[in-house]
Each structure stands twice: as C-alpha cells, then as structure tokens.
Design a binder for this molecule. Sequence first.
Ligand SMILES: *Cc1c(COP(=O)(O)O)cnc(C)c1O
Length: 429
Amino acid sequence: MKSWEKEDILIIDKGKGNYLFDVNGKRYLDGVSSLWANVHGHRHPRIDAAINRQLKKIAHSTFLGLSHPGAIILSKMLIDIAPEGLERVFYSDSGATAVEIAIKIALQYWFNIGKHQRHIFVSLNNAYHGDTIGSVSVGGIGLFHATYKPLLFKTIKAPSPYCYRCELGLDYPSCKLACVKKIDDILTKNEGRVAALVLEPMIQAAGGFIISPPGYLTAAGRIAKRHDVLLILDEVATGFGRTGKMFACEHEGVHPDIMAVAKGISAGYLPLAATFTTQNIYNAFLGEYAEKKTFYHGHTYTANPLAVAAAIANLELFQKEKIIQKLQPKIRLLSRGLEKIKKLQHVGQIRRIGMMTGIELVLDKKTKQPYPFEQRTGAKVCSEIRKYGIILRPLDDVIVLMPPLSITEQQIAHLLASVEKAIRAVTEI
Ligand SMILES: *Cc1c(COP(=O)(O)O)cnc(C)c1O
C-alpha cells in the first residue's frame, strides 16, 4: 500500500476494440483482457446493442422465485456448448461465487442422498478459485491465502502439477505423473469421506500459469470417478475460448460433474457466473417441500438481465464468427513469436496454452533461482511496457499475456516485440 500511494495510477476512461484509453487520451493495448475477462474487444457493436435493447426493457428483476426470457435462452445456449453430461445451470455473479456454489452443491448432493460422511474437499497447491472464504479454502496460494487460515474449512491438498519446479523433485515424463498418483493416495486414505476433487483444468492460472503435463487431467478425472468422488472443474479463467477450445477440459475429453464459469461468459462486460451440474446431481435436490432438499443459495444480482443479454450476444458471436476456428492461426503466430523471447537470459520458462501465456522470469536460468520477492521484477517489466502502449499485470515474476481473442496478428506482433524490449530493459541492465 505504501508504494501504491506514491505511484501514478493509470485512470482508464474509455475502450475501443482491443485498446483502452486513459483520461489523457493515451492508448493502451489491453494485454490481459481487463483481467482475463474481455473476449471480443471493448464496445463491440453487437454486445453494446444487446445490452441497450435489454436496458429498454428492464435493467434488473430478481431471479429468486422469478425468471426472465434472457436467462432461459442463455441456459439453453450454455448447455448446448457445455461438456457432455452437464445439463443444468445455476447462475450467480462472480467466479468466486460460482466456485462456492459448486462446493455447496457437492456437499449437499451427498447429504441429500444420505451420504453425510462425504464432506472432505481435495484441491491442489497453487490453486486459485476466488477470494471469498469458501473459495480461498480450496485455494492454495500462500501469498494470498495464508493469513486467513483460521477462517478456512479444512481441505486436503495434492501437489501442484508444476513441472518446472516439481514439488516431488521429479522430471516429466519419467515421473509417470507421480503428482496425480498422490490424489489417488489421498482418496484411498479417505475412502468414502471425500465429497469432491476441485481442479482448474489444464492450467493453474493465478498460481503462475502452471500448465499440467499431458494426461494429468485425464488421470485425475479417472481417479475421481474410481473413488466415486465428484469432479469440480473451475473454468472461470479458461472458459470461452481462452485455451483455444471453448472449455479447457475438452483438451483431454474430461467431463466434470460440476463446472464453474464466469469471466468470459459475458464477454467481459458485466458480472455474471454460472455453475453447471449433471442431471443426476440436480435430481438429488428434488424433494417434497418438507424434506428441505432445496439448495438454499441466492444472490441479489443472480442472472442480472443486462449481464445475461451480453452473454447471449457473446455466444452468438462465437457461433456466427467462428471465433474458435479463427483463433488457431493467431495461436500459431503467438507460439512462434514466443520462441525468441524464450531465449532471453532471464526467461526461465514460457508456458502457453491457446491464448494464455505465462513467462516466468528467473535470476539464474540454469539453477532456476527466482528473483528476490521485494525486487518486484515482474511489476517492473509491466510498468516498463506501458511505454509501448500496453497494459499487462504480472503474477509475481510471471509475465502474463492474455489478450482478448479479438487481438489482431499485427497487435500480437507489437505485443511480443514490446514484451521482449521490456524484459530486456529490466533484466539485462
Ligand atoms: C478469476 C478466477 C476466479 C475468481 O473469479 P472472480 O470473478 O474474480 O471472483 C476463480 N477461479 C479462477 C480459476 C479464476 O481465474
């Protein structure tokens, strides 16, 4: 806070396409999609029009006990694109609430079918599922979460699939996915007592853009199934095309029992989130009034009609403009462009899946020794790159590139050239 008070804070006034404009009219490429949310650029005419149309009808009506046409249409559209088996949607308003809801649904599912002893949650080190207490409980980032430990419910943590800095001191592939075997060990040891395994599929995003090795997600899914444990996937960061597929779990054909989405669902326009479940889980909540099997959970702005209108326009764009298909050449360009940055003296590893890239900076490339925390190396690079008209936000010393899917090839080239210059300026002095 002390250094922040002395900083010149950039004040964003406007946006257009993939650019943001500050109050002085200076233009910046939105290199992190306004925190991993924006999909098609700012002020997209179709999304703006959809929100405007909805505004002429009503801005908000409650979803508690009532419904509205947009929510009905959106539910159908979401179920159509969701991984196989997910047939029901529960709306809320942020990634953290979508995960809290997933946790509560999982626990109550077991409770409602009479398996009261299944109440343990297994999650990963380096996991991030949001900043509310329940989501922090299944999270595993020391820096963000350690202080709140007395408030958290107990979970069992499995190793992070962080091959670059393997917790088990092993190497892929000779490790034979020993980290996933640890999940099996935990579930075996706690047989019949685990409610769910909670994972970010393919990439632990806020944990440092940690991409799981091939086969990890498949194996984790298989293990959960074998132990009759629900698989909760948090697609809040990865959903809606970020990884080059609509949902990250499609990369390994894994079908969760519960899935949380937010960020990109409304194209990054307005707060909206959804938690998907299978029909089987939904059915466990059907009971006579007096049985009290209902899911007692609601937020004031659940399924806000304006946010829902943005989400419908978002999904229509995906379909009409073949966004996922058109993304592939951009991903290839990004991948090729990163080769040069990989060679820089202080770039330890580059981890990329689809349009999500993390560049881990290290003091010593050979020993992987990190920079001292207080040196704020990542922050310095992101501050340097503003000179080139780009906004980035790092995760410690991991430089994150997560532009809107609408970024052009030219803008990718500018982004990469600037990233190289900024990294060199900060690390090669
Ligand atoms: C951002 C994020 C969340 C939290 O979403 P909010 O909308 O900020 O509450 C949860 N899980 C993952 C994987 C995220 O990246």
